[in-house]
Design a protein around this ligand. Structure first.
Ligand code: ADP
Ligand code: MG
Length: 355
């Protein structure tokens, strides 16, 4: 258990220092939300139950954890205590130990806060899904093309069959028809899997190379790969903990952006994974148009796009950032105008997930 060390008294400009009591679902959701806000500093989280999910989350975020709420409450440099234990006794414990200048959010107020946090998570999921659906419009031409080829083949074979008398030839052509049908249904399967809503709490160990390959397959429907060479450099051990559907969407977004950037004149798309000391890196690089530093400074903002109406939503990289930061990962953008762009995602090593 990490120690909760005292630090200097807060000044007016310093971040609001918050302590969270309770590391169940409410505490975990609060951690996830508050740690993204730069004007809030989480001083610690306490829960009597060693196995409470928020404690592990806090350790991953390098936030001190404790099993003694009263120790955390008694710290004098806390501006706000958020009590999401749901324990009626806790109000009494807080009253006994807190400093008079520390504010407390508990009871109904903390329940309302918990509902707002839940609401925010639902809105985020809706936005994510809406962006995916908006993108699916671009797939129509690619899918029509890919399904039409096997359909034409099936038609030709079926016409032959109607005339054919030789039993061996009939068998062979029937087999070809079955193969062609399998190919069309595989296309439909890829896309229905991609279009479905991802499970909210679906974290598992994800093989990043497999997901990159799947994303490449899907991105081929969404964008033209004409004159584009794909180079893969995979590290066999590239695994991260996250939601596989969300990761697929992240990779589809990054690959389609890279391909769009090369749509004038073609180029090379590099997909690479690397297991380094303490991190797993995914790198998606293109030799496309690149970005000015002005454009690069806005790309993670919602609705920022340089693409024409109907071509871009400006939500792709915003969602990528949300998902990567939820996985405690970081994003690095390296772009040169006229030369290309490389986007690297660094994830922490995989952690154990409860079954
Ligand atoms: P959208 O693709 O819908 O425009 P994104 O959030 O995915 O939205 O991207 C925002 C903007 O970032 C793009 O419009 C483009 O200007 C820029 N961008 C993203 N990826 C690249 C890339 N690989 N090369 C050049 N510009 C890029
Ligand atoms: Mg995009």
């Amino acid at each position: 258990m990490q120690n909760l060390t005292d630090s200097a008294v807060v000044s007016a400009l310093a971040p609001t220092r918050v302590a969270i009591l309770g590391a169940g679902r409410g505490g975990t959701a609060l951690l996830d939300l508050l740690h993204q806000i730069s004007s809030i500093k989480i001083i610690g989280i306490a829960d009597r139950d060693h196995r409470a999910p928020g404690l592990q989350r806090a350790r991953d975020l390098r936030i001190p954890v404790s099993d003694r709420a009263e120790e955390l409450i008694a710290k004098h440099d806390i501006n706000l205590i958020m009590d999401v234990t749901g324990d009626p006794q806790m109000e009494h414990v807080i009253r006994l130990h807190r400093h008079p200048e520390t504010d407390v959010l508990s009871g109904t107020a903390s329940r309302v806060l918990w509902e707002l946090v839940q609401h925010e998570a639902r809105l985020q999921a809706e936005l994510f899904h809406a962006e995916k659906m908006a993108g699916i419009g671009n797939f129509a031409a690619g899918i029509a093309h890919d399904i039409n080829n096997p359909l034409q083949l099936i038609l030709g074979l079926a016409e032959n069959l109607a005339e054919e008398r030789d039993l061996r030839t009939i068998h062979e052509q029937a087999k070809d028809i079955i193969e062609a049908v399998k190919r069309t249904s595989a296309i439909c399967q890829d896309l229905t899997q991609y279009a479905r809503k991802s499970a909210v709490n679906g974290d598992s160990q994800v093989n990043l190379n497999v997901r990159l390959d799947e994303a490449l397959k899907i991105a081929r429907y969404a964008a033209s790969f004409h004159d584009i060479t794909v180079v893969k450099r995979y590290d066999a051990g590239a695994v991260a903990t996250g939601n596989p559907d969300e990761l697929l969407h992240v990779f589809v977004n990054l690959i389609t952006n890279a391909v769009h950037a090369m749509n004038r004149g073609g180029g090379t798309l590099i997909l690479a994974t690397d297991v380094m000391d303490g991190t797993v890196r995914v790198r998606i690089a293109d030799t496309g148009c690149g970005m000015s530093s002005e454009v690069a400074s806005h790309i993670f903002e919602p609705f920022f796009t340089t693409k024409g109406p109907g071509k871009g939503t400006g939500l792709g990289l915003y969602n990528v950032k949300t998902i990567v930061s939820k996985m405690l990962g970081t994003i690095t953008v390296d772009s040169h105008e006229g030369k290309g762009t490389a986007i690297s995602l660094d994830f922490p090593p995989p952690r154990e997930v409860p079954p």
